[in-house]
Design a protein around this ligand. Sequence first.
Ligand code: FAD
Ligand code: FES
Ligand code: FES
Length: 480
Amino acid sequence: MSTVLEFFLGGEPQRVEGVEPTTTLLDYLRDDRALTGTKEGCNEGDCGACTVLLGQYDPLGEAVTYRAVNACITLLPAVHRFWVVTVEDLSNGLDSLHPVQEAMVRRHGSQCGFCTPGFVMSLAAMHLDNAPADQAESYIAGNLCRCTGYGPILEAAKDSVAAPKDPAFAAKEHQAVAWFRSLSIDTGLFYDVAQATYDAPVGLKALLQARKDNPEAVLVAGTTELGLWLNKDLQDFPKLISTTRVPEMTAVAFQPDGTLVIGGGATYEQAWPLLRQVIPEGQDWFERFASKQIRQQATIGGNIVNASPIGDGPPVFLALNASVELASVSGTRVLPLSEFFVGYKTTALAADEILTAIHVPPRENDQLFAALKVSKRKDQDISAVMAVFSWRLSEGCFRDVRIAFGGMSATPMLAAFTNAVLEGAPVTEETAQQALASLDDDFSPIDDLRATAWYRMTVSQNLLQQALAEAVETAAEAAA
Ligand SMILES: Cc1cc2nc3c(=O)[nH]c(=O)nc-3n(C[C@H](O)[C@H](O)[C@H](O)COP(=O)(O)OP(=O)(O)OC[C@H]3O[C@@H](n4cnc5c(N)ncnc54)[C@H](O)[C@@H]3O)c2cc1C
Ligand code: FES
Ligand code: FES
């Protein structure tokens, strides 16, 4: 087990000791290494000014894969055994710009320049992924620019995707690969500075034991919640246990019976290729979950355990009738997600347990599914209301009705009264009216900075009304 942080940065292997475990990657780059091309804007994952790439070597494919992350909410120990690519790595001076930098210059994609390094890194990620030009908006949705406007930046994105791999960058990648290949087998990390610890065991057994032995420790995964508690609430985290080196927890696979099992440590981006097969209608929901930088860090397990009433994942998994797998050294239990949320930000997770997986049962062929997010801004915003509708229409009646909402109560919740009104009832205008009226029995939303109680209830009723109207029309067409 390593007690020293090892990563690749600036063309050289690094071995770091003595830097506190809760130091963010952004502070380390700027304060300890004077790599000030990476900017600090919001310090909470929102603006993208601090975007860097994390390169990871896949020995089977013999290739490096990259993901853009927000350095401001990434803890330094989380980059152990990664290549940290900063904007300084992209060019070798003004005469040798990377294709995305050249495109930004040619298209006038920068004015004051503060946001530019972050955009350049997101565009570099797109270029390295060989992503099609029509994905440009998705790649830069997590980057904010206050002065240029996005048109020239999108043009730069489209120009640069066609450019071949930059030879100067390829040479740096070659050096990084040599370093990756020199690493011994990963036996985990136990990083300890001035009595603050960051424990990242390898393997589920070791993780569960660490959880049992250290009940006072805080578990971390993608740190997209914890990073804000650290930077904004100024909380202390003297003892952290990370789930990120546990391969069993990032696996995402279908079981023979069609159940999709998503590891509790899988990120939204890791899970989506298979989850999309279950809910292809969820593409918009997925893309409006934060930004690519966040989705590449944020785990589904972290989103569920956080139990925020305005989290976007829980209502979707409630409507899909998902269960959570909770494990400790004493054993494993599987609990319906509807029994997991017990109060505002409180769950049924025991102190020694870890959420190891989410089980999504197979979907019926004729099951309708819709996940509708209402927020003030389209991209990179938190929901005022998240409405998810799931039902089947069979022989003129509603069946298997599972409607769930976020933003309407202290926890993400199934609309129990409304579901009961609809279950087995004829698909008629009259049933729709009864269901709409019953939403008042299910929820008493609150006023807050995102929306008033009146707005939340009205928009939820409107969304339900539209979904029910479509169901009534479909049933009438089927009967005709
Ligand atoms: C800019 C920004 C935008 C965001 N946008 C959205 C959005 O659109 N929709 C949305 O729903 N959320 C959003 N979030 C919130 C956040 O990204 C998600 O809640 C995320 O899924 C949390 O996962 P994580 O791995 O980062 O959790 P962490 O921050 O690592 O941990 C969060 C909590 O979960 C616990 N935990 C983590 N994994 C486990 C586990 N396996 N078992 C037990 N406990 C565990 C931790 O102990 C901690 O208490 C946003 C956050 C940011 C910073
Ligand atoms: S500084 Fe704004 S996302 Fe990191
Ligand atoms: S160029 Fe000024 S913020 Fe984007």
